[in-house]
Design a protein around this ligand. Sequence first.
Ligand code: ATP
Length: 198
Amino acid sequence: MIKIGITGGIGSGKTTVCHIFEQLGIPVFYADTVAKEIMVTDPVLREGMMNTFGIESYELSGKLNNKHIAQIVFNNKTELEKLNALVHPAVFRAFESWQQTIPADVPYNLKEAALLFESGSYQMCDHSILVTASKAVKIKRVMERDSVTSEQVEARMDKQLSDEEKKKMADFLITNDESQSVILQVLELHHQFINLTK
Ligand code: ATP
């Protein structure tokens, strides 16, 4: 089955676009959501976290101690790399087992990840889609959705590659700036992906 990675900057609307693909019957693996879940549920990952960042990585209730981890990795590239080296393979394992659950007649699936290009996980997909919108539109959306300031949105944006960089790596683009129909763009790609499987 063809694997399509889909990404986009904060507020680009990648999750919204994925919901449209889901309406067409295409299964979507939300890598960032799964990453948060398996931090708690994957025993191998839990053990790795505790060995690397200490027993205090988890609260007594079993919940991840986000504050502890954030304090360690915040602005510390080496520690962040250690975290990624634990989480990325675990997400990949989860993606592989998720794929086994998809019926054989489904033509392709999507893997949504905010850092698809930054993490290198696009290399494990057959094709990639970049969802784009102007910086102003993205800031406005996230300010409204998360009740945050434009400075806070820009600080988050600064941690991601720019759209210009990502465009060089993406195979397909969806422009989600409210100037053209995103549904028509999704339908067009859907047909292209189905044709690729023939
Ligand atoms: P993040 O990386 O922050 O999770 P995202 O790229 O997944 O963001 P969404 O959560 O899909 O983005 O969209 C951000 C906000 O913008 C949401 O509130 C969503 O409803 C809104 N939005 C997305 N696309 C459109 C659109 N075409 N028209 C109007 N609102 C939109």
